[in-house]
Design a protein. Structure first.
Lengths: 423, 171
């Protein structure tokens, strides 16, 4: 029996490991980066190793995935061969591959992916899944008596690196005609935060990894935007937070100056009514920033995730997350709609912003008819959720019969093989 | 120049675009162009080059050209004038960006019931009112600069804007 490699090929992170296990063996960023200290593009080290951390200031990056779809197969081949040989220690020719691909891919991308898997690496068989159906499988197995698993249907909201999808899933297949997509993801949030910080204090337009880190540690979703803006403006300490950039000498990684203080926003509740104090002098704020390598973040902390709920803030002519969900559900059959609203699953790295679930509930409830119940569940680990679903699928007994073998691919070609997956 | 595809021949001439987008694209108005460039910069892998004129350079941002990083370095070192043919060969070898692939795939010609990438985009928001934020401090902005169109919230922010950032981005 060949072993099955489960590979969640994401725009930001690759999660890879053996099928049947609880956690992936490695999680590495899906890119090649070039820090200032080196002249060539390097492979990033896995996220869990505590090896000496390279100074990632002004590291430039090359990604094989553009807007969510794999377009640069040479680069991806490079990354995967490093992954397979040094990190996973498997031989492709004796293994099957379970790969994830975003829904509604175009044929040329699918073809180049198939070529990469079968011709460059020589896997013995392949199964391509949509990440959302894997999430549904995982969640259904974790809660066997919920509405979700009894009806075999759910709405998966996947906020990833490249974009955000609202996907209805029925019987482990995605309903492609009802998928709705917002072109905002972790990458766009990081770039927006870079733009805001560069406008207001230090120019960080080159520092992708540092600003990414700051975004993950400091950004949160505000439950009441106007109140939080007023708080930020009045110089109140509940929201302001400082991030220290690395200086290469004392520390090579950026860190939040006072992690406890950064959590003080959680104490804000609906009942706090803030008097509009006189605005703290904006000039003071600018002076403090120029002294050391520090960035002060006040309203950027919640303005960045706010764009997911209202992309019009950026000037994008797209609806926000709540409306996206409503439109996706409304495109389904009327019998499915109440079930879908009751089983909304949030997944993807960008759902890790604190208070996102509460804000989504508040926004979604007025848009949904009264007689429908709205219930949102979050995965315990949104980043690994898809991989775990894939691992579950790989360990099911009829997985082998669902795959496309190398012989099938060589005989029939890519397009015919793809139809077996009902994509 | 037409590119041969295995099933369809696609020309590189202009394609139909939504009317609002077309109006924005063809306008010489710096403000709309700066807005479009700003949105496209959100998809960058690497940041912009220059320090001060952030907005200006975003129009000439590297974007998908970053994939040609290796090739561009060789250009600096060799510094030979490349012939047009050599440049075309290079452009062919570099991986195409997703938007180019999308255009080539010609998704509009598929029958209406087939779900595609383009149809899956969630459409415009139901309410067209948008909120504006001050470019200096981030509060809700009520006014905009008459010269360059950037937003600000109060006189203090307006002064800062006038001193440091106005007219630096408008060509």
């Amino acid at each position: 029996m060949s072993n099955i490699v489960v590979l969640d090929n994401g725009g930001g992170l690759i999660k890879a490991g053996q099928g049947g296990e609880r956690d992936p063996t490695t999680v590495i960023p899906n890119c090649l980066y070039k820090p200032l200290s080196s002249k060539k593009f390097l492979h990033p080290s896995p996220l869990t190793t505590l090896a000496e951390e390279i100074d990632l200031t002004s590291a430039s990056v090359r990604r094989p995935i553009d807007r969510g779809y794999l377009i640069n197969s040479d680069l991806e081949r490079d990354i995967w061969s490093h992954l397979f040989t040094s990190l996973l220690h498997i031989t492709p020719s004796s293994s099957s591959l379970l790969l994830t691909e975003p829904p509604l891919s175009i044929p040329s991308v699918q073809r180049s992916t198939d070529e990469l898997v079968f011709e460059d690496f020589g896997f013995s068989s392949l199964y391509v899944a949509h990440p959302q159906s894997l999430v549904h499988l995982y969640e259904a197995s974790r809660q066997p008596d919920s509405v979700l698993s009894k009806t075999q249907c759910s709405l998966v909201v996947d906020c990833g690196f490249s974009f955000t999808h609202a996907v209805p899933v029925l019987h482990n297949f995605t309903l492609n005609h009802a998928i709705k997509r917002i072109d905002l993801g972790g990458k766009a949030f990081t770039n927006y935060l870079k733009e805001l910080v560069s406008y207001r204090s230090i120019n960080v337009m080159d520092e992708t990894f540092l600003v990414d880190d700051a975004k993950e540690k400091l950004c949160f979703v505000s439950l009441d935007l106007l109140r939080d803006l007023r708080l930020a403006r009045s110089g109140n300490n509940l929201i302001k937070s400082t991030y220290v950039l690395p200086d290469g000498v004392t520390h090579t990684k950026g860190y939040v100056k006072d992690p406890q203080a950064a959590k003080r926003f959680l104490s804000l509740s609906d009942k706090d009514h803030v008097e509009s104090d006189f605005m703290a002098k904006v000039g003071d704020r600018k002076k403090a920033d120029m002294n050391k390598n520090e960035i002060d973040l006040t309203n950027e902390r919640f303005l960045v995730p706010e764009t997911l709920f209202q992309p019009a803030d950026l000037g994008m002519n797209q609806a926000g997350l709540a409306e996206c969900i409503v439109r996706a559900v409304s495109s389904c059959h009327p019998y499915l709609q109440p079930v879908l609203y009751q089983s909304i699953i949030l997944t993807g790295g960008s759902t890790l912003f604190p208070q996102l679930k509460e804000r989504l509930e508040v926004e979604l409830r007025p848009l949904v008819p009264d007689h429908f119940d709205v219930k949102i569940t979050t995965l315990e680990d949104p980043i690994l959720g898809v991989w775990r679903g894939g691992s579950l699928l790989a360990s099911s007994p009829d997985f082998e019969s669902m795959c496309v073998t190398k012989a099938d691919y060589e005989e029939l070609g890519s397009a015919r093989c793809r139809r077996r997956f009902f994509h | 120049m037409e590119e041969e595809m295995t099933n369809r021949r696609v020309s590189n001439r202009t394609r139909k675009v939504a009317t609002k987008m077309a109006a924005a694209l063809t306008s010489n108005d710096n403000r709309t162009q700066a807005a479009i460039a700003r949105l496209e910069a959100l998809e960058n892998d690497n940041g912009a080059i220059e320090v001060v004129d952030v907005n200006d350079d975003e129009e000439a941002s590297l974007d998908e050209d970053d994939d040609l990083g290796y090739v561009q370095k060789k250009q600096h070192k060799g510094s030979k004038r490349k012939t047009r043919q050599a440049k075309a060969l290079e452009a062919r070898r570099a991986p195409k960006s997703f938007l180019e692939l999308l255009q080539e795939a010609n998704l509009e010609s598929l029958p209406a019931h087939v779900p595609t990438y383009l149809k899956a985009a969630v459409g415009p928001p139901s309410s067209s009112s948008r909120r504006h934020f001050c470019s200096v401090c981030g509060y809700i902005a009520g006014y905009n600069c008459c010269l360059c169109g950037m937003r600000f919230c109060s006189i203090r922010c307006q002064n800062i804007h006038k001193d440091t950032r106005c007219q630096k981005f408008v060509a």
